[in-house]
Design a protein around this ligand. Structure first.
Ligand code: FES
Length: 196
């Protein structure tokens, strides 16, 4: 049984929410992944839901949650998503720090390590800015970077979301993806690094 971790440190993008680096306020939510079954079981309490790995759903959806496919994403159009708790039949949106940003990008421009975490050209990162915790969700096509609207930090999603501008203290947390059938899901474990 594999274990994945999301961290929680508050509920609003204030100075309190300094992203995933806020160790004193961090509460760890463990998400148990036991396998992959058809994402058709997106209903609370079904036996099949016990074994569903985390799919991804639009963070703005309030009901009628639909698991995302890579083809649902337009190239270079970021989307904020939440992992979907199939057992509870709801997104893991109890903390905004569980929110991710997914973007479909040209695979050939990715570093080997970033490509290894992607699936069908889609990369996923925590959307929580490592500066002061705003959602990072603005694609700047001229520079091909993801930007934070709060203080203009910029992240290179082709290379592990490393900081390429602004005051952010470090890269966005990378989240490896996998496919559950045709749907995007969170990988149960990190893939090996290139060259391993
Ligand atoms: S919170 Fe993102 S740059 Fe300040």
């Amino acid at each position: 049984m594999k274990e994945r971790i999301f961290s929680e440190a508050g509920t609003s993008p204030s100075a309190e929410t300094t992203g995933l680096e806020s160790a004193p306020r961090r509460r760890v939510i463990s998400i148990m992944a036991t396998g992959i079954v058809s994402p058709i079981a997106l209903t609370s309490g079904s036996a099949a839901a016990e074994a569903v790995t985390d799919l991804l759903v639009d963070a703005d959806a309030e009901s009628d949650f639909k698991p995302l496919r890579a083809t649902d994403l337009q190239m270079a159009k970021p989307l904020l998503v939440f992992p979907f708790d199939a057992k509870a039949g709801k997104p893991r949106n109890e903390s905004r720090l569980n929110k991710l940003v997914v973007v479909r990008l040209p695979e050939e421009k990715m570093t080997a390590e970033t490509r290894a975490r992607s699936v069908s050209g889609v990369v996923a990162y925590s959307s929580i800015c490592t500066h002061q915790g705003c959602d990072v969700k603005t694609w700047m096509s001229k520079e091909s970077v993801l930007a934070c609207y709060c203080h203009a930090s910029k992240f290179d999603l082709f290379d592990g979301a490393k900081v390429v501008g602004g005051p952010a203290s470090g890269p966005l947390r990378a989240v490896p993806l996998a496919l559950a059938g045709e749907f995007l899901s969170i990988a149960a474990s990190l893939p090996p690094k290139a060259g391993d």
